[in-house]
Design a protein around this ligand. Structure first.
Ligand code: ATR
Length: 277
């Protein structure tokens, strides 16, 4: 008889800064599961062969991060509708008989974080203003539209990228010019920064937020620092704020539960662990 130790991990390049091993390690310990979650630095040219080898080595699945998210979807035997709609994968589960199913839990993580942290908040509450139109915005738009957001007001420094998302996601997405914050924020219920502005080492978030009002919910995908200048400006104007750390935690939940058969919880002590140096 052989004892099978469940294995999973995260593939990226670079991978040294990934906080996923710490998070999954916490869940494994907390739930008394004798598994391992291993960070792996993989070159793009090696991704396909690594994904062929891992299930033979006993891996149940892996997270994939930059720069592999699109290639991982392209190489999948099956993909969930949300991974297809987002055009990228972050959660791969190996299938019996070879190959893997690709899923994308980023939008789920975004929505679950808001639903968990902001009591009474719903995507249907009103128009959603989104700053930025990169990969993260794509996942967030998909989740918010699925959850019933009536309108997305999207603005991006490079307007063509926002227009590409509007074409992909349909008429509920309205593109505004970068800086048109009064029009974006007017009667918005939810305001989201998906740009890297305000992240440690990046330029400051400098758009005018004077049209923010109490009753709006503001959230940022940046969580270094936790209280970004964008969230501080929103709080000064009376908005409810939810920081971006929870999105990272929640996006990990579906993979953990699938691979390890666990019941991962997003708790205050997990947050504290993730913020520790
Ligand atoms: P992610 O997957 O995190 O969304 P990304 O695809 O590189 O990363 O997108 C980064 C986002 O931050 C984009 O919306 C980008 O705007 P552009 O499409 O114009 O590049 C935005 N961004 C980054 N630096 C910016 C800056 N200095 N000013 C305004 N927007 C910026």
């Amino acid at each position: 008889m052989s004892l099978r130790i469940p294995l999973a991990g995260v593939i990226g390049n670079p991978i040294g800064h990934s906080k996923s091993p710490r998070m999954h390690g916490h869940w494994l310990a907390r739930q008394g599961i004798a598994g391992h979650y291993i960070p792996m630095e993989v070159e793009p040219a090696d991704l396909a062969s690594v994904l062929e080898t891992l299930p033979r080595a006993g891996f149940a699945g892996v997270n994939v991060t930059i720069p592999h998210k699109e290639a991982a979807l392209a190489g999948a035997r099956r993909a969930t509708p949300r991974a297809r709609a987002i055009g990228a994968a972050n959660t791969l589960t190996f299938l019996p008989g070879g190959g893997y199913e690709a899923d994308n839990t980023d939008g789920y993580g975004f929505h679950a974080n808001l639903a968990g942290a902001a009591e009474g908040w719903q995507a249907q509450d009103g128009p959603v203003a989104v700053f930025g139109a990169g990969g993260a915005a794509r996942a967030i738009l998909h989740a918010m539209l699925e959850a019933g957001a009536p309108e997305i007001r999207l603005m991006n420094r490079t307007r063509a990228r926002a227009e590409g998302l509007a074409t992909a996601f349909g008429p509920r997405v309205r593109v505004l010019d970068w800086g048109e914050t009064d029009a974006a924020l007017k009667d918005a219920a939810t305001v989201v920064n998906t740009t890297s502005l305000g992240m440690a080492g990046q330029p400051a978030f400098d758009l005018d937020l004077s049209a923010m009002r109490p009753g709006m919910l503001a959230t940022d995908i940046v969580y270094t620092p936790l209280e970004t200048p964008f969230l501080q400006a929103a709080a000064r104007r009376g908005a409810q704020v939810v920081d971006g750390l929870g999105m990272l935690l929640w996006q990990g939940v579906p993979g953990f539960n699938r691979w390890f058969g666990g019941d991962a919880q997003v708790t205050a002590d997990l947050r504290a662990l993730m913020l520790a140096p």
